[in-house]
Design a protein around this ligand. Structure first.
Ligand code: MD6
Ligand code: FE
Length: 217
């Protein structure tokens, strides 16, 4: 018999948690900017609405996505790639708000990665039940650059494995305002998000938003 007690993840932890070599969780790091981030998000989504993309394998993702910045990550039946224009509108992705770029650069520096200048910000929207299966982030050109991930809204369980898909995963609870900076030896670790539990967040309602900042080219 399995026990939920032993599967549970503490609600909070230290302000700074070492997840693996190169990966650190900065709890609450984005909280001081929450209002600015959410206002900017509304503008972005008005120009480039969330959409559920289709994987090369033909599955529609449960997570809805959009992007801001010079490059945006997309997937369709022909594969995963970064593109300059939103395939839905044909227009360039919305500009990356200065507050986004600054947060990403400062969080990277706080984790020991200097001069991180993201050219892409993938924005994921999870509703209750939405999940992301284990994957590696490997569509970027330079794996020396980290990824900065910002969680807003409902909490999620982040699954964090190793270099092989079959490696054991550890679970981290990512709450509103948490930032994960991830690079170096763990840059290509498999990771995913468990199905989002239902709930209601005071600022964002029934959803989780994740911003992942990357240097794609
Ligand atoms: C998410 N994040 O948290 C999905 N990838 O919604 C990712 O896939 C991710 O958080 C690379 C680095 C950090 C991440
Ligand atoms: Fe990822």
């Amino acid at each position: 018999m399995t026990s939920d007690l032993f599967d549970s993840v503490p609600d909070t932890g230290p302000a700074r948690e070492h997840m693996a070599e190169g990966a650190v969780l900065l709890r609450g790091h984005a909280r001081p900017l929450e209002n600015e981030l959410i206002a900017a998000l509304h503008d972005i989504v008005a120009q480039a609405p969330f959409r559920r993309m289709v994987t090369p394998g033909g599955h529609q993702m449960s997570v809805a996505m959009t992007n801001c910045g010079p490059l945006g990550w997309t997937t369709d039946s022909s594969g995963y790639r970064y593109v300059q224009n939103d395939p839905e509108t044909g227009k360039p992705w919305p500009a990356m708000p200065p507050a986004f770029a600054q947060l990403a650069e400062r969080a990277a520096a706080a984790a020991g990665f200097n001069e991180f200048a993201p050219d892409a910000c993938l924005i994921n929207c999870y509703e209750p039940g939405a999940r992301m299966s284990l994957h590696q982030d490997r569509d970027e050109q330079d794996f020396d650059k980290p990824i900065v991930s910002v969680s807003l809204g409902l909490p999620a369980i982040f699954l964090f494995g190793g270099l092989k898909r079959s490696d054991k995963t550890r679970r981290f609870r990512l709450a509103h305002g948490d930032v994960v900076v991830w690079g170096g030896p763990s840059r290509l670790f498999f990771h995913g998000v468990a199905p989002l539990a239902d709930g209601e967040h005071v600022l964002l309602g029934r959803q989780r938003i994740n911003l992942t900042f990357r240097r794609a080219r």
